[in-house]
Write a protein that binds this ligand. Structure first.
Ligand SMILES: [Zn+2]
Ligand SMILES: [Zn+2]
Length: 1288
């Protein structure tokens, strides 16, 4: 042999080094053996046709696992062309994927079925390649049991790392390994006892004489999956008698036999020795069980005689299955379309060969085959961790269930492998695709599947819910935390979410799942047999999808004409018409969606808008949270928690920009220029379920008395000590939170857990609204003083209760006892400690939580300075604006400070009452609506609460604009035109007297959620004003503030609230004392006469008279082509107790005149050519002069008004037109004659009131007498000075 070349020398040296390191000699029978260098080289030479593979280098298992992070393959003996050919073929199924790149590596190692873990040999049924440096799982398509523990050269293999770079991958062995040492002489065939006739042993109850010495033989007909139950790994195989179709089961359960699973091949014949017959405890099934000495041997015909078969087994046969192709399946899918959903039928059992084209969800065991069939392996436990099942791999499925449309929303036909199905990997993928392993322990998908014994439809539904859940929230809490299963002490959020849903669908199963029965029963039973199409019962889509769906729903079937009653709309000018369309809303509940929609989100506060919101990965949804008892929402502890809400109102505010010329075009959507929506949700705290509590916070929250209603109280099961309020804040403020930063954050905390902090208790005595101010935030102030944007801020006045306290750890801060100690300070001690707090920047997040009369605590982390709350300063405005004398000192709240709500002053106990005494000195007082309306009310700022009766958009009074609103107009995102304002009519309760109107400029409305009819609201610091008609009204100003006390009733129909019952019946004489707060009422009255009547057509743009199809305005000329008809009348009515002027408009004029719609229509059309017709009471023909004396229409109207038919009893709904400025002095009463039906009588009456007509109804004679008697009976207090006087 020639001297090796330098290259070869070098290579040999490397080989020597490698083998010494990775393959040191093992303990042999005669002491340690030398490293197998020569044997390995010999083996390599023979594989390479005599040459050493100098282009290749050795790789150890450890290097493979740690250095190789991309998939690769190595083919020791292949030419380049052979490799290219192989790679090209592999791309057939997925041409877009690149093939495995080739490396030039030599892999040598031992094949083994056990690995060392915690000094314990572990046999899990998987195969491994190991050397001295490490051990790696491997998958083989062909395996011989004798290969175990032998040293092999692997000529052709792929290494597939995991997607998670930190975890090691596995090997796919492409070609049979070559033994490094020539195989030992095979001993002459092992003496095998004659196999017994299997079947009688299983059916008879007679115990065998020699239980452990049975030998059976047969053809392998079925191979069950490896299962692990109660930490015991096993599998079943089924041998078929040679002469019949009878199958007999063999339970393989000894650890050293689990590797048989890799050698067994369907259709091959085997002999198994050392079996015993055993009866399974639960089901009583009799099976063969392997013993320690059992062997699996290939069957040799000459060793076996024909076996007699008992007739009892004759009838049973395997479920016959046919091999189907993807085309056949899609054919049957088309047939299946005709199936009605919900109909139950048996699933078909088939066999199938296909190529994995996509991993749908490896955790859930879902793979896509041939781009059209879903393979579900979840029912088989996935014990080999789905190794080998990469896209491009070919699998053969034997006896799987075909389920055509298990879930309405699931797009694929499903092949479900159950415990009696066999899944065989036929070929490995040749594509460069990383390995996605399923979680080995605590796989929530599989756990819930097995625990609730789910059928395929429910399982797929569970998968879709869990997938979305994980996708939405793992960025906040980390996958692990979310998907923790209850096998751990504290179930994760996903389980808390899903288990109640599953329990609702799958009622408590009487029987636990019996897997032995599933495998062994003569008649196949498994959860995959039933083939039902499930309609999901609920959904929990991402927030962005929620908003999309809400938007779609809100426009579904929407038309602008819905927003207006046609009777009103036809009299509206362009401006009013379009303004009335500009803003509307609709509310949706969980049941508005199909299937029902469950809201999930992490509760956060936007420090930009200072509003609460639910958040997930996709979007945020502003939210309004109220308490059912009317107390404000202040659960600071809930910040950062994952909430579930099923009872909610999703409010879609619709903003339309339209230019409809008149009501007639309302159906023509061309006039809609733009439409936008904004969506928010409102719900009660009591309807919230906390799926994942913000750590470290919840315990404190639970301690305070008012959070006892927190439903999911896991009773101190939170174990993490790491999360301090500060850590929480970092997490909350991080715009793109991820697990990494959370981990870092926690790491950082662990070193500083003993850091001290300072806290102080306080009571909120006044809170103002959000304002824009020229404050400077500390950091930015230095750089750009000029042109700095206005900063949002708010102020609150508080009373410090007690002294600041020092805590060694922020977790330990405070308890309610502190309040009792506080009371020792005495009243004087407390009242002196008033402070003005200034919130800006990040501390704005406390805005939604801070409420009047709440007791809170500030916690300053990492602080030991007890005077930190005394560091008052001037507000940070530029010096030139600072007027020292008028500017009060304030305490700016730092970003890192944490606010914690303790309780409400009303909740304090007797012991703590001393604190309540400080309330006496509080500035702010909540008034009642009657107080606000009262003329004796003094003070310009008012606070009161009430229910919104009506919400209308109106034109902003020109003089209301202040510099602050101008500043706000710059803010983007306002969906209402800035020259609009909103009028809210507020009453104490619906139908109760006393309504006060509040005007809010559109610019303030941007972040005012929940101002809907039916909602009860606390308004603070509104400006009280008096109109020129002496009406009291309020305006929302910069320091005003609203908080929602209760939400509108949940059953409220969408759209504007309909008027409920008719107004109550009153007497005119009774009105006087109640004038100040009478929203509307009804009288039964007599129409005495029509004083004035006017019908006109006005221009829809400029309100000039519109005549003969055009506007009469000439200078400047008006381009309008649209006229709007309007009518008004002033009539006199009396009800026997008094008289009143009534102003009627538009359609009410027709009703007052007793005209039908058609007559009214015709009359108005006649006015069109004239522009305007009006008449006055008492004028003779030819005098009024406004209209042509001979005008037919005027004549008609005049005679109509004089007709005795007009003067009739009517039911009139009205409101007061003008309210008197002061309580009227009772005017001297006058005696007047009245006529009631057939009866004349005399009554004393007060001054005439001025009413506005809201509705007119005719009264039938019968109804009239009934109403009259009813009126007299019920109104005992009615002052009849004289009884009815018959004039006979
Ligand atoms: Zn089955
Ligand atoms: Zn005009």
């Amino acid at each position: 042999m020639a001297e090796p070349s330098a290259v070869e020398q070098c290579w040999l040296q490397a080989a020597r080094d490698f083998i010494r390191r990775a393959l040191p000699g093992r303990e042999g029978p005669g002491g340690p053996e030398p490293p197998p260098l020569d044997a390995v080289l010999r083996c390599l030479r023979s594989a390479g046709g005599g040459d050493l593979p100098l282009a290749y280098s050795f790789i150890s298992i450890s290097d493979l696992q740690h250095r190789q992070c991309m998939p690769c393959c190595s083919h020791l003996t292949w030419s380049t062309n052979e490799f290219k050919e192989w790679a090209h073929q592999g791309q057939g199924a997925l041409p877009m994927q690149s093939a495995l790149p080739r490396t030039y590596l030599i892999l040598v190692g031992y094949l083994t079925d056990r690995r060392q873990e915690n000094k314990e040999k572990l046999v899990d049924g998987c195969l491994y390649v190991k050397d001295n440096t490490g051990i790696i799982p491997c998958e083989l398509l062909h395996f011989e049991f004798e290969w175990l523990e032998s040293l092999f050269l692997f000529p052709s293999w792929s290494y597939i790392p995991q997607i998670d770079q930190r975890a090691a991958g596995y090997l796919e062995i492409l070609v049979d390994p070559v033994p490094v040492n020539p195989p030992e002489e095979v001993p002459a065939s092992i003496p095998v006892p004659y196999p017994v006739s299997a079947e009688p042993l299983l059916t008879s109850r007679i115990p065998c004489k020699d239980r452990s010495k049975l030998t059976v033989a047969g053809e392998l007909a079925r191979l069950g999956p490896l299962l692990c139950i109660s930490h015991k790994t096993f599998f079943f195989l089924f041998l078929k008698c040679f002469t019949s179709a009878v199958l007999f089961p063999v339970l393989v359960q000894k650890p050293n036999q689990l590797a048989w699973h890799h050698t067994l091949q369907l259709g091959h014949r085997y002999t198994i020795t050392g079996l015993s017959v055993s009866s399974l405890k639960k089901s009583g099934h009799r099976v063969f069980v392997t013993g320690v000495s059992s062997c699996l041997l290939p069957y040799c015909a000459e060793q076996v005689r024909e076996q007699p078969v008992d007739s009892a087994w004759q009838g049973e046969s395997t479920p016959s299955s046919s091999l189907e192709t993807a085309e056949q399946l899609s054919g049957s899918l088309e047939l299946g379309v005709e199936e009605r959903p919900g109909s139950t039928k048996e699933s078909k059992i088939i066999s199938y060969v296909g190529t994995v084209t996509k991993i749908l969800n490896v955790q859930a065991g879902l793979f896509l085959l041939d781009d059209k069939v879903c393979l579900c392996l979840a029912y088989q436990q996935l014990l080999n961790s789905a190794r080998g099942l990469r896209p491009g791999a070919c699998v053969e499925l034997i006896d799987v269930h075909l389920l055509q449309k298990p879930l309405v929303s699931f797009p694929f036909v499903v092949l479900g492998a159950c415990l009696s199905s066999t899944v065989v990997l036929k070929s490995f993928s040749r594509l460069s695709i990383l390995y996605q392993p399923p979680t080995s322990s605590g796989n929530l998908y599989l756990q819930l599947l097995f625990r609730h014994n789910l059928g395929m439809p429910l399982y797929l539904w569970l998968v879709s819910l869990l997938e979305t859940f994980e996708e939405r929230f793992s960025c906040f809490f980390g996958r692990r935390t979310l998907l923790l299963s209850s096998t751990h002490r504290n179930p994760g959020a996903a389980e808390k979410f899903l288990v109640p849903l599953l329990q609702a669908v799958v009622p408590d199963r009487e029987e636990a799942r019996d897997i032995y029965n599933e495998i062994l029963a003569k008649i196949h039973q498994c959860p995959l047999q039933k083939c039902v199409t499930l309609k999901p019962l609920c959904q929990a889509p991402s927030l962005s999808a929620v908003c999309r769906m809400a938007e779609q729903k809100s426009w579904e079937g929407f038309s602008p004409s819905q927003l207006l009653s046609p009777l009103e709309a036809q009299h509206m000018g362009t401006q009013e018409l379009n303004r009335r369309l500009a803003w509307s809303y609709c509310t949706l509940s969980a049941g508005s969606f199909q299937p029902q929609l469950i809201l999930l989100g992490v509760l956060r506060v936007s420090s930009r808008s200072s509003s609460l919101q639910l958040q997930d990965k996709t979007s945020t949804l502003p939210c309004v949270i109220s308490h059912k008892d009317g107390s404000p929402f202040a659960h600071t502890a809930l910040l950062g928690s994952l909430l579930q809400v099923e009872n909610y109102q999703l409010v879609v505010e619709r903003f339309l920009q339209t230019d409809f010329p008149s009501w007639e075009q309302l159906a023509n959507l061309e006039y809609v220029r733009d439409k936008k929506i904004s969506v928010y949700v409102q719900f009660y705290f009591e309807d919230v379920q906390v799926l994942h509590a913000a750590e470290g916070q919840i315990r404190k929250g639970l301690r305070s008395r008012n959070s006892s209603s927190l439903r999911k109280n896991d009773g101190g099961s939170l174990t993490s000590d790491l999360e301090t309020p500060e850590a929480k804040m970092l997490k909350l403020e991080d715009p793109k939170p991820d697990t990494q930063s959370a981990e870092d954050c926690q790491k950082g905390q662990s070193s500083t857990t003993r850091t001290s902090c300072v806290s102080r208790l306080f009571l909120v005595t006044q809170k103002e609204g959000l304002m824009l101010g020229n404050y400077q935030l500390p950091r930015e102030g230095d750089r750009e003083r000029e042109g700095q944007e206005l900063q949002r801020s708010f102020q609150a006045t508080v009373l410090w209760l007690g002294r600041p306290r020092l805590w060694s750890h922020s977790r330990e801060t405070g308890n309610p006892l502190e309040l009792e100690e506080t009371s020792c300070d005495g009243e004087e001690g407390v009242t002196r400690h008033e402070a003005l707090l200034l919130f800006m920047g990040k501390s704005l997040r406390w805005f939604p939580f801070l409420h009047l009369e709440g007791l809170y605590r500030f916690i300053v982390p990492h602080c030991s300075d007890l005077e930190v709350f005394d560091k008052l300063c001037f507000p940070p405005v530029p010096a030139k604006f600072l007027n020292m004398s008028s500017c009060p000192l304030c305490l700016p709240i730092q970003d890192t400070w944490h606010l914690q709500h303790e309780t409400w002053i009303s909740c304090l106990t007797e012991h703590q009452l001393a604190v309540r005494s400080v309330l006496r000195g509080m500035d702010q007082r909540i008034s009642s609506i009657p107080e606000v309306l009262s003329n004796s009310f003094t003070g310009s700022l008012v606070s009161f609460s009430g229910e919104i009766v009506e919400r209308t958009l109106c034109a902003s009074p020109k003089n209301e604009k202040t510099s602050v609103t101008l500043g706000l107009q710059k803010q983007k995102g306002s969906l209402l035109a800035s020259d609009h304002s909103v009028k809210l009519s507020i009453s104490v309760a619906p139908g109760s007297p006393g309504v006060v109107d509040i005007y809010i400029a559109a610019t303030y409305l941007q972040h005012l959620w929940g101002l809907l009819p039916g909602a009860k609201i606390l308004f603070q610091n509104l400006e009280r004003k008096i109109s020129r008609f002496h009406n009291v009204y309020c305006t929302y100003i910069a320091s005003s503030c609203v908080s929602i006390i209760s939400l509108p009733a949940f059953h409220l129909p969408s759209g504007p609230a309909e008027e409920g019952s008719s107004p109550r019946l009153v007497f005119l004489s009774n009105l006087l004392p109640h004038l100040q707060h009478l929203p509307q009422a009804r009288i039964l009255c007599h129409l005495s006469c029509v004083l004035t009547l006017s019908l006109q057509w006005v221009c829809s743009l400029c309100s000039s008279i519109f005549k003969e199809g055009r506007c009469t305005r000439d200078n400047p000329r008006c381009p309008s082509h649209t006229g709007v008809r309007q009518a008004s009348a002033r009539v006199l009515v009396e009800d026997g107790t008094g008289e009143a002027f009534v102003l009627c408009r538009n359609q009410h004029v027709a009703a007052m005149l007793g005209l039908s719609l058609l007559e009214w229509e015709a009359l108005q059309n006649c006015v069109q050519s004239r522009g305007r017709v009006s008449i006055q009471h008492g004028e003779a023909t030819g005098t009024g002069c406004v209209e042509e004396p001979e005008d037919l229409i005027a004549c008609y109207l005049r005679s109509l008004c004089r007709s005795p038919l007009i003067c009739r009893p009517i039911l009139l709904d009205f409101s007061l037109d003008r309210k008197p400025s002061k309580i009227l002095q009772p005017a001297p009463l006058q005696l007047r004659n009245f006529r009631c039906g057939e009866v004349d009588f005399v009554s004393q009456v007060g001054p005439r009131l001025s009413l506005l007509c809201l509705n007119v109804e005719e009264v039938e004679q019968d109804a009239l007498s009934y109403l009259n008697s009813e009126r007299i009976r019920t109104s005992a207090h009615c002052r009849w000075e004289h009884g009815p006087v018959s004039t006979g």
